[in-house]
Design a protein around this ligand. Structure first.
Ligand code: ZN
Length: 224
């Protein structure tokens, strides 16, 4: 049994095969139900790009817990410069596949911008589940190919628009990905990305009714 806990915005705590993963842990986001002080254990910390709303407190979590920091090469170099031990900084790039602590991590494209390296998404696969975190991205057709290689159980997709996909694009992307479950993220953190997740749910149901749309409240957990 594993779980996915939404920490608001693009931040998630995920347990797969007994490992604790954080993705884009911006713990100080306005919707976050947890504080950095609440985090005592982590095995892997994955960061999709270096914008503050994604890098967040990732380096603090790594220093505090001894977790491994996984990101694009240039961002790992920055993390090292900020005190992350070199042996805890795992550098990857688009297309890369690594098994870290028994969890398969695949770095996939995201169409966005950043300062260090390139933005990405991640697929993390354990025995229990495969989870795709899209990062910040517009709709990317390449994922239809990646889906053939790595079927996705749970997709975490942005719907906030302005900086990422909106609900309409995210519903189309869900149709391309065909996960078992889709969870919307990266919305309602601040006024400019205000969206109604129920609209996303309706659009997905029209296109791919077999996909379950799970709308989490910050702090809420989906178990698998
Ligand atoms: Zn963002």
């Amino acid at each position: 049994m594993g779980y996915i806990k939404w920490l608001g915005h693009a931040a998630f705590e995920i347990e797969i095969d007994g490992k604790i993963l954080y993705i884009d842990p911006w713990i100080t986001n306005p919707m976050s139900p947890v504080k950095l002080a609440d985090i005592s254990r982590a095995d892997l910390v994955l960061v999709t790009h270096d914008h503050d709303d994604h890098l967040g407190e990732a380096i603090d979590v790594v220093k505090k817990t001894g977790a491994k920091f996984i990101s694009v090469y240039e961002l790992t170099q920055y993390a090292i410069s900020q005190g992350v031990p070199e042996d805890k900084a795992i550098a990857m790039n688009i297309g890369g596949v690594m098994v870290v602590d028994g969890i398969e991590v695949i770095m996939v494209p995201a169409h966005h911008s950043c300062t260090r390296g390139t933005p990405c998404g991640f697929i993390v696969r354990g025995k229990e589940c495969s989870v795709y975190h899209a990062g910040d991205t517009g709709i990317v057709h390449e994922m239809s190919i990646i889906r053939e290689l790595y079927p996705i159980d749970i997709a975490l997709l942005p719907i906030g628009s302005v900086f990422t996909m909106d609900p309409r694009q995210a519903a189309k992307f869900t149709e391309i990905l065909r996960p078992k479950v889709v969870i919307p993220m990266h919305y309602n953190t601040f006024p400019v990305i205000r969206q109604d997740p129920e609209l996303f749910k309706r659009l997905v149901k029209e296109k791919v009714p077999e996909v379950e749309v799970v709308i989490l409240k910050p702090g809420e957990v989906y178990r698998f």
